[in-house]
Design a protein around this ligand. Sequence first.
Ligand code: BTN
Length: 258
Amino acid sequence: MTVANTAAPYPIQAETVAPLLGAAAGRIDLHVVAECDSTNLQLQHMAKAGAASGTVLLAEHQTAGRGRRGREWHQGSQSLAFSLLWRLPDDRAPTGLSLAIGLAVAEALHAGAQLKWPNDILLNGRKIAGILIESAAAQRYIIGIGINLGDTDDLPTELQHTATALDVPTDKNVLFAHLLDQLVLILDRFSAQGFAGLRARWQARHAYQDRAVNLLFSEGSTPLQGLCRGVDSQGELLLETPTGMQSISSGEVSLRLQ
Ligand code: BTN
């Protein structure tokens, strides 16, 4: 692992994480910075400049963290924000990749963590982590992950009733190394088998299984109503509606319990 730690003293350090790695050992090149606008954006620049698959950029603080659907991502002072550059094999489509990453994060974080399609991670019904995947170049993806740690007091008021945070672990390096291991294991499985090889594990953590939901394609639009029947082997959401089963592929929708 290349050590590139330009941050002020901060609990996560590349040289501390390296010996803790299992499956990710030798597969990850971790860079830690005190601050940047968005780790997704900076990793895009690094990818354009030739960064290899496995490059990770972690920032203690982001000034312009990006969320899904053009939203801002607010990061608490103890929270984790990082991005991973990963290359998929030429014959592997990215269909279901964001669900696979959600699964990796949920499994690494907490036995009780659940998944809300397409890729929110919930604990006790509240959002604990979010994922934003952006394309970098052919078969190369920027996988951005934000995890709430500590408390939600420093999040905007409107998020405080929908978000939650994990207790800060004694050593964040251990948690982070575990996360990287889990990501590598899941990405290897995804590369070999696609989402089909992970579907059963995703289903086991599905927060809204058989619940009545509203699906909104844009703010203020008439919701599509139905029973949430999980996901298929491509990671499409299966919604049982009065007119039959519908599969929803776009992640650019909002899913809410009725
Ligand atoms: C969401 O809206 O749920 C996705 C949030 C993704 C946030 C992470 S934090 C690290 C990475 N860098 C960004 O700018 N966004 C992602």
